[in-house]
Design a protein around this ligand. Structure first.
Ligand SMILES: *Cc1c(COP(=O)(O)O)cnc(C)c1O
Length: 364
């Protein structure tokens, strides 16, 4: 029998989360962000499901954009980091992608673009993130250069928020104000600014095109919250099974480093998943793990291929019992918080060893 460790992907929940994003930002358009293999959920299946809801997707790399075309999908595809080499322009034209330009050097090689206004490009504005983007004067130069380049047209202006994960942080409002000031110089150009987190701020931060990512996958974009608190549905269920059971006597320890010691006789199960599958090695003792639907606790260190779980909360569990590492019963945000990280990292780190099973299920 093949290993029973896998990630079930609920594509209806994905589409439901997209619709919630739309409701939170009325009057806007949305590009659904599917970079990093659809945040670990499988790019092709996620792209396919989301193109039923929107005709614009966003990715980080040319390779990701090409994978969307290779399965025969024809949405608009925005390249969030644009082009890196002059030769990338030919691939942009072939794939009809929309690069985001953050620097004049990216225009090298653009002369291979056929001169019929074919390629829409976005201009990245730096409003305080200080990662990619041009300041106000740089934006002006860039827009002029694009407008005088045959074959290019300006699709819009883009910026990115640094602190939107905290709805009380004043920086989002300040960045929105700077973006508004820049865009006043370019009447008619649409603006894209809102990541998932900004959907939970007021509409002054939404602008014309939103870019929801993590919320589509059911993870919280807001610190200190969990997806279900925000009415987001979990999309990935990471599951495995119990492959061995033993009872520890008081004083016995579990696993590498002997970091957990039984205080009383403890029935425990070994589960066939570990950090080699992307389960976080930093998950501490007590991290919830659902066995046969009841919440049990991780004990001892996470190994590469296995973890140990106390079965004291689930006496009927045994070899073959089903295990949910995250999904409906245990929120991926809860595991992330306990492990000192964010669901973005856990979801994108599920390793290629874990098969993704895509399911459309019943409409909720
Ligand atoms: C990843 C990314 C997003 C989506 O961010 P979330 O926090 O996942 O919603 C939006 N815009 C840009 C430029 C990104 O890189």
């Amino acid at each position: 029998m093949p290993r029973q460790t896998r990630a079930r992907i609920d594509l209806n929940a994905l589409r439901g989360n997209f619709r919630l994003a739309r409701e939170l930002a009325p009057g806007t358009h949305s590009m659904a962000v599917v970079k990093a293999d659809g945040y670990g959920h499988g790019l092709e299946a996620v792209a396919q499901a989301l193109t039923q809801e929107t005709d614009c997707l966003a990715v980080a790399t040319l390779e990701e954009a090409q994978r969307i075309r290779q399965v025969g999908l024809s949405p608009e595809v925005v390249l969030l980091e644009g082009v890196h080499e002059p030769s990338d322009w030919r691939l942009v034209v072939e794939g009809r992608f929309q690069p985001v330009l953050h620097s004049l050097h990216q225009l090298e090689g653009v002369d291979c673009v056929p001169g019929n206004g074919a390629v829409p490009v976005w201009v990245k504005c730096n409003t305080g993130m200080n990662r990619l983007g041009l300041d106000a004067e740089g934006v002006e130069t860039m827009v002029l250069r694009i407008r005088e380049t045959p074959g290019l047209e300006v699709a819009g202006l883009m910026t990115h928020y640094a602190c939107a994960d905290d709805t009380a942080d004043a920086m989002t409002g300040e960045q929105a104000r700077r973006m508004r000031a820049i865009s006043r110089e370019f009447p008619g150009l649409p603006v894209s600014a809102a990541n998932s987190a900004a959907h939970f701020h007021g509409n002054e931060s939404h602008f014309d095109w939103t870019r929801p990512g993590i919320m589509l996958y059911g993870g919280t974009p807001l610190i200190g919250r969990r997806g279900p608190d925000l009415d987001l549905r979990p999309v990935m269920k990471l599951e495995s099974r119990v492959i061995a059971v033993r009872t520890l006597a008081p004083g016995e320890t579990v696993g590498y480093g002997a970091t957990w010691t039984a205080e009383q006789p403890t029935r425990m199960g070994i589960v066939e998943i570990g950090y080699g599958d992307g389960y976080p090695r930093h998950a501490p003792n007590g991290t919830p793990v659902a066995v046969d639907g009841c919440r049990c606790e991780l004990i001892g260190r996470v190994s590469m291929d296995m973890i140990a779980v106390s079965l004291e909360a689930c006496p009927q569990a045994g070899v073959g019992s089903s295990v949910e590492l995250w999904g409906e019963t245990v929120s991926v945000d809860e595991v992330a918080q306990l492990s000192g990280t964010i669901s973005y990292e856990l979801l994108t780190a599920v390793s290629p060893r874990v098969p993704r099973l895509h399911e459309s299920g019943e409409e909720a």
